[in-house]
Design a protein around this ligand. Sequence first.
Ligand code: FMN
Length: 177
Amino acid sequence: MNAPPGPRALRDAFGTFATGVTIITGTKPGGEPAGVTVNSFTSVSLAPPQLLWCLQQDSTSMDAFAPHRAFAVHVLAQGQEALAMHFARRATVKFPHGANPAGDAAPLIDGALCRLDGTVEAQHAGGDHVIIVGRVSAVTFGTGDPLVFQAGVFGRFAPLPRARHVEAWETFEGDWF
Ligand SMILES: Cc1cc2nc3c(=O)[nH]c(=O)nc-3n(C[C@H](O)[C@H](O)[C@H](O)COP(=O)(O)O)c2cc1C
């Protein structure tokens, strides 16, 4: 049997999977705004409307995403790479002073391709990460092209020539070619 892969090989292997990039915001119990750059975001369920992301266990933002707290997932657009890197910084003041949202609301970031608002439903153990499941209460669409992340590099999405629209939530029964 092969030895299990080390962290470097695992990072490289996970990194081959191209993803979008999100910034997920919330508010800590003391009222301090929190925001983290996340590419582990994924859809979970349509009914009920659920999504998830994986947050490293030692994230300084963990308290903001306790059950029942509000979150906002911002799906980033082309041109928001610097914002992504800003929210990938640890334990710095990520929001300008005075930009605190009212009460427990999640702070909002302009210019996203889409925003999914909701409340945290559950946190599940996931090794050195915590799997956070959120219930979606509203979606808001913006404009632009998606920001893509692969093998540690930001890029863009390029549809294939003659690409057809696929409804990923339905079983595909047609002929592809
Ligand atoms: C493109 C990109 C994707 C990332 N995805 C995740 C992720 O899915 N989960 C996570 O915990 N950290 C992820 N990070 C790292 C966090 O953004 C970073 O460690 C975090 O913001 C640290 O701040 P915090 O301690 O306030 O959470 C990602 C960073 C980048 C640049």
